[in-house]
Design a protein around this ligand. Sequence first.
Ligand SMILES: [Zn+2]
Length: 497
Amino acid sequence: MKKVIRYLRFSRLGQSNGSIEAQQLCTDQWITFNNAELVDTFIDIGKSARTFDRPDFIRLQKFILKHYQKVDYLLVDQLDRFSRNAGEALTTVKDLQSSYGIQVVSATEGITFDYDTPGSFFRAGLQFLLAEEDNINRSIKIRKGLYTAKVQEGRHLHRTPPFGYRKNGIGKKSHLVIHEDEAKIVRFIYENYLHGMPLYVIKKEVHDMGFNRKSNMAVENILRNPVYAGLLKVEPFKEFPGGLFPGIHEPLIDKETWRAIQSKINKPIKERVILDEELPLRGVLKCHCGNPLTGAPSRSKTGRYFYYYKCRLSKHNNISAIKAHEQLLATLSLMRLPEQIINEIIKHCQAHINKGLRSNRLKIITQQELVFEIEKKLSAVEEKWIMNEISKDSFEKWYSEYSNKLNSLRESIEKLKYQVDKAINILEQNLDLLVDMKHIYKQAALLQKRELIRMIFDDNLYYENGIYKTPTLISALQHHFLFRKEGGYLLYEKSGI
Ligand SMILES: [Zn+2]
């Protein structure tokens, strides 16, 4: 009579699993039908087939080690009782037969797995693969759940909230809330990166501000994380597209800034730019070959330093910084904002000044009323003095107090009047400067200079054959391309794209 051990497993999670009773019934029938003898039964309840770490399965293994000579078959009702990992389960089936002479039997499927018979083993493999497919379907359900949670409900699902946020609530109610101290650092990083502060400087600054993330890429990761623009990155799911979807949390950065940062951070800039007042265009100006120009001083025979912009491929460009800067200023001096924008600026300035004027006039009126009152009091005091109604001491006391007040009021009125006149004068005298790119550039600090040039030329300022060249120019400044080449400083060739 063939001797059989039996392994039953019931997982509470898998509803499709037959109950232990059903499994027992099914395997009982096989035993009766095959006239076999049941040696022992091993049962795991509430254990998943994904793991071999099940107590009775371990007991079963120990039993086999000890008593394999007395056992012919290991009986299960279905193969997926064993494992949902096809490779792992097949190895077990194979080992049981080759090492212990025990064959695995699936009662429901009516198969006795025989490693030595190719067809049978193939069927075993197939059964396991089907079980594994079941597993995959389950993981698809989970992934679909994640997709819906993100895309339709806009929920941030990572266990740890990103820097700048905290997690509030649990389960489906959990959501991100801004942590203001950290958010300040995030905004600082975005703002300064956008305005050209090199990453190494940003890293140093935020460290001093208390940014404590240890990873080398922590700042870059913050710049790349769409969460800060209120977006969630979602993996595609089946026919549903992946991409960025709006989240329910409050953003720290507007979407336009975030997108601008992405195109900036994804541009490979090989050299890290070290800021230098003498070479404001280093890393901003490019060689005609596309490489950003580097720059360095070189010492002349007299011991003076001269600065140069150079291409890595030295024959391309080696421009004296003095010449380059002169040409740039000459180019900028040709650039003025168009009439329409100038008028807008004047309108805004005047509105602003008028507002100031009105409030100044009000101040002047109230102060003049005060002057009038005090003058009355002063003459009253004089009268009393003349009429001998007060002593010389009190007259002098009151007289000096009132005249002091009067003096300071008159002074303040003069000042207010002067400020009004001055404001109008300043506007009239400096409007020219306000729209004069050369002036703006010269007044700007180093980082602003770099940003201004990047902005005007849309990050596409090149140098070739002793002249600046650009395919792009911001629209506000395109109108006078008078100076195509005749200026001799800039060649503006609109790209065909
Ligand atoms: Zn080059």
